[in-house]
Design a protein around this ligand. Structure first.
Ligand code: PLP
Length: 363
């Protein structure tokens, strides 16, 4: 089977993915699957999507040679795929435009979203404003505090931000609440899911709306996970490195869970990576040996964050800093004429409070 054939018609990537939801959502997911199938075969829809990516997002995003950083790290040349230069400051906008266009096609006037770092929330609030829709964003109370600039941006854009105080007060809990809202308001509401996870067809459609990044730069892939305080400490979110397969939020994938299938709380300095699961396609790629996954801990990500600020004049998102930190390890093992391309998924404006606090500075 070719990778491009996946997922199968029921949303499976090998043993991962699928649909594990309440009966109430089955019809809505089927409606979405059918509508997306029509949309992706509709030249007018695809042309409008491409137009929006070009004129609203500002694509294609540049590939930038980070010369000073490459010299500093020694070895391979480091290039950055500048998703941080997209409108709203991260890769999230690509997917939200696609899903908002589907919502409009399906006649839904209300959209909901979950968010961790706030970048998906901001992107959802942005497209809701652009297409004239009501927007409600669920966000863990801890993330509301640590990503406060993004909370205000969402409010400026007209969205309602609902802090979620259950569980670990982070992304997993925001997803729980968003799914609860969707079950209750499924007739009027479109759920804009922010990552390539959740029940079928979400992992497929988020992947398809984001594949513009990969198409602009075909490369071999290494996934970098959040190692938190170190994988051996147990305080981390390195799901593919240390997790086991199970079911959460409507799909099967690698998860952080105990022997009874109870979810273990995760930790990462980056709110956007602080989640006990991972998209099902990544689980499949890991098992198939088609992609490599590594973990970078908080301290390593922080050091890379500062490197990029000082050597390149670019303030990266803490999520993206994990990828830069892995390049820092890899570059010295490679030759000077070899290339590492880092997907700089977003900018770090949202993270300055976290970085200041960790550096003992009060703003
Ligand atoms: C800047 C940034 N990079 C990466 C991620 C993770 O994105 P994905 O779930 O699409 O892998 C997030 C999520 O919030 C983010 O804000």
């Amino acid at each position: 089977m070719k990778l491009t054939d996946l997922p199968d018609s029921h949303g499976h990537f090998g043993p991962y993915g699928g649909i594990f939801v309440a009966e109430t959502l089955m019809a809505a997911l089927e409606e979405l699957r059918v509508e997306y199938d029509k949309a992706r075969n509709d030249p007018a829809f695809m042309a409008e999507f491409e137009y929006e990516l070009k004129h609203y997002v500002g694509r294609p995003s540049p590939v930038y040679h980070a010369k000073r950083l490459s010299e500093q790290y020694g070895g391979a040349q480091i290039y950055l795929k500048r998703e941080d230069l997209n409108h709203t400051g991260a890769h999230k906008i690509n997917n939200t435009i696609g899903q908002a266009m589907l919502a409009r096609r399906m006649g839904k006037k209300r959209v909901i979203a979950e968010t961790g770092a706030g970048q998906h929330g901001v992107a959802s609030a942005t497209v809701a404003a652009r297409y004239g829709m009501e927007c409600v964003v669920y966000m863990g109370a801890e993330d509301v505090a640590r990503q406060s600039p993004n909370v205000f941006r969402m409010k400026l854009l007209g969205a309602t931000v609902v802090p979620v105080s259950s569980g670990s007060k982070t992304l997993k809990d925001a997803l729980n609440e968003a799914m609860r809202d969707w079950v209750t308001n499924v007739e009027s509401t479109f759920y804009i899911l922010g990552t390539a996870a959740g029940p079928h067809p979400y992992p497929m459609l988020v992947r398809d709306f984001q594949c513009v990044i990969g198409r602009e730069c075909l490369t071999q892939k290494i996934g970098v996970e959040a190692g938190g305080s170190g994988v051996e400490s147990g305080r981390h979110a390195a799901t593919l490195t240390a997790g086991t397969p199970g079911v959460l939020h409507g799909f099967r994938s690698y998860l952080m869970q105990d022997e009874n299938g109870q979810i273990i709380e995760t930790h990462s300095i980056s709110a956007g990576l602080d989640y006990p699961g991972v998209g099902p396609e990544h689980s499949w790629l890991k098992d198939a040996g088609r992609a490599e996954y590594v973990a970078i801990n908080d301290d390593e990500a922080m050091a890379a964050f500062h490197d990029l600020c000082r050597f390149e004049g670019i303030i990266p998102a803490l999520e993206s800093s994990h990828a830069v930190a892995h390049a820092k390890k890899l570059a010295p093992t490679m030759k000077k004429d070899q290339i590492i391309l880092v997907n700089l998924s977003g900018r770090g404006d949202k993270d300055i409070d976290t970085v200041a606090k960790l550096s003992g500075i009060s703003l």
